[in-house]
Design a protein around this ligand. Structure first.
Ligand SMILES: C[S@@+](CC[C@H](N)C(=O)[O-])C[C@H]1O[C@@H](n2cnc3c(N)ncnc32)[C@H](O)[C@@H]1O
Length: 285
């Protein structure tokens, strides 16, 4: 039971922040996420005919919509726990491909650890920045194995654990310390967490029954715009903290953080974060 209530709190968070996600966080992840599609490309015929692709935790549909755009005959299913994120994914699909795309692309609300699909439904499963969030990763991997056809391919990318400080974030944290503002009390989410290394990721996939497993590290590089970094913190990354402040304190935090951010050189806004990219197959029959 606990893991399902944990999931609903994650889904509720994404429901609440879907618009801000699409504006602020999706673009940070997108180039690395799309790399996953590049890697499955050689396993898909030119028009995608005969392939059914599953995007686990599709969110606002970055991979699902791009796959439908790239392979005009592919079938795509995007699964996500957040109906709010899926509403944006549908909107993006219609904006880019029109409503005719509904015939081969569907978005389904559901949990990755109990997927609402029959066994062996998909040829390929992809996922970007989701497997760190699921409450129970072995269960999610077992489900992925079940819904892939024998010999089917899984490719995903997720974070590798890192605690390297990022100067623009430190600017805010120093101000919060200076003003003696405590962390907001937010319910703790139960989640699997980041992989400690590519080797740990590969071992977990093998334990789940996957074969032909490989995992490697990449670095996500994103150049933030110094002019909007404070808005990014306030509207997305540190939204919970700002919401807990009264107007006067929030104004003070903003002003002091802006001063510190203005003193940083532009290169301090280049974020580098390690990710793990994994490939695996369900064993053939
Ligand atoms: C960081 S977003 C990534 C979205 C998208 N894949 C991308 O790259 O932009 C994580 C997504 O995973 C979904 N999610 C998290 N845990 C989930 C679970 N257990 N089952 C289904 N979806 C889940 C969230 O609702 C959210 O939309």
């Amino acid at each position: 039971m606990a893991r399902y209530s944990a999931m609903s709190s994650i889904a509720e968070r994404y429901d609440r922040t879907a618009d801000a996600y699409q504006r602020w966080w999706g673009p940070v992840l997108e180039p690395t996420a799309l790399g996953v599609l590049g890697l499955v490309g050689p396993s898909i015929p030119d028009d995608g005919a005969g392939i059914h692709l599953l995007d686990i935790g599709t969110g606002t549909g970055a991979l699902a919509v791009a796959a439908a755009e790239r392979w005009p005959a592919i079938r795509v299913t995007g699964l996500d726990g957040s109906a709010g994120m899926l509403a944006l994914a549908r909107r993006e699909l219609h904006r880019r491909l029109g409503r005719a795309a509904d015939e081969r692309v569907e978005f389904v609300t559901g949990r990755a650890e109990r997927m609402p699909f029959a066994d062996a439904s998909f040829d390929i499963a992809v996922s970007s920045f989701v497997l760190q969030l699921v409450p129970h990763r072995p269960r999610t991997l077992a489900e992925t194995l079940r819904v892939l056809r024998p010999g089917g391919l899984l490719r995903f990318v997720t974070w590798r654990a890192s605690d390297t400080p990022f100067a623009p974030d430190e600017a805010l944290y120093e101000v919060l310390d200076e003003l003696e503002i405590d962390d907001p009390e937010e319910p703790e989410e139960v989640r699997a967490g980041d992989f400690s290394s590519p080797a740990a990721a590969a071992a977990q996939l093998r334990r789940a029954g996957f074969r032909d497993v490989s995992a490697r590290e990449q670095v996500l590089v994103h150049r933030y715009d110094p002019a909007t970094y404070l808005d990014f913190l306030e509207q997305y990354a540190e939204r919970g903290r700002f919401l807990g402040l009264d107007d006067r304190t929030a104004h003070e935090v903003r002003a002091r953080t802006a001063e510190r951010l203005a003193r940083l050189p532009p290169d301090a806004f280049i974020w580098r974060a390690p990710v793990v990219s994994v490939r695996a197959r369900r064993p053939p029959r």
